[in-house]
Design a protein around this ligand. Sequence first.
Ligand code: SAH
Ligand code: SF4
Length: 362
Amino acid sequence: MEELKPSLVGMTREELTVALGDRTDAKLRVKQIAGHLYSRAVDNFDEMRDLPQALREELKTSFQVQPLTVATHRTSQDGVDKLLVHNGDEEVYECVLLPYEDRVSCCISSQVGCPMGCKFCATGLGGFDRNLTSGEIVGQYLMLQRLTERRISHVVFMGMGEPLLNLKNVVKSLNLLHDEVGLSYRHLTISTVGLVPQIYELGELGLPIHLALSLHSPLDEVRNRLMPVNHKWPVAQVMQAMRDYHKATGRKITIEYLLIKGITDTPDQAHELARLVKGVPNVVNLIPFNWVDTEQGFARPERERVRTFRSILASKGVNTTERVERGHEIAAACGQLAGQHKGAFGLNQTRRKGISPLVTVP
Ligand code: SAH
Ligand code: SF4
């Protein structure tokens, strides 16, 4: 495959300055280019009309504006756009545009695949390919911004991958989204499976980034079976890390809670969850399982079971939200479209490849 040129999207102003080389007008040109890349989401050099033609041609020979190519674009009846993107190879990753009445949000990926091996997750079951670069991460936001007239104000890292395993590039991307695109840190959410050292590392940055923990069960014996990471950092330890994250950043913590019928949706777990989150500002986001073909035959609970679980939490004073499934017919849930695409590409040999040594299942 032809060697890809480095991408300008993903670069800080310092890096753009280096990329431009020794020029007397570098400061002005960097300002103009950063404006095109991040404020106007321009995706080709020809649209950067205030740059001299000669500079545009020079840049074209050494750089690409942004690294993504769209493999598939699907729009659901309820207005959700889902892109499956790649960089000219077969390593596809996905991002989703989610318009709401009061805001537009997007969901982006941090890795191609994921090595954490959660048993209910299409991405996890597909194995791991690689980390995404800051250009590929911010590039997803910009690609989605080009699809809508409205401004995307919120970003969640809930696409493919575990963001805290790619912390350096994710933090660089968060800074670019804040400094260059102009988003509030408070509108940026990282969702994590619960990597304790990295939660502290993120907390030490002191940025008011919103952190969501995918807990899915308050009981170690249940969580161990669903999420190999729990063998390394069990419930008590990860909850302590989330409390400390709250202390470091002042942000309320979000607990994501997957409701799998008969496994995580039992009343005793609702009671235990309420006990676990007591004393720290929090919200629990309930996510009824989106069907994925699992070895264990996991299923989505009926409405009544979800209601019961929710009312137990409410009776204990825990605030809950429920994730409403959108974009169902385009498989807009975590990892699903890429899963289908991999099949279509005949890439199933990548399944299970690269399960991280960190999370070896006993
Ligand atoms: N790796 C990170 C972020 C990406 S996953 C994490 O695990 O938090 C985003 C969310 O989708 C997580 O809460 C994850 O547990 C959830 N998820 C994974 N598979 C799912 C499924 N089949 N149905 C519903 N939610 C799922
Ligand atoms: Fe990875 Fe998150 Fe899926 Fe677990 S749920 S396999 S951490 S993407």
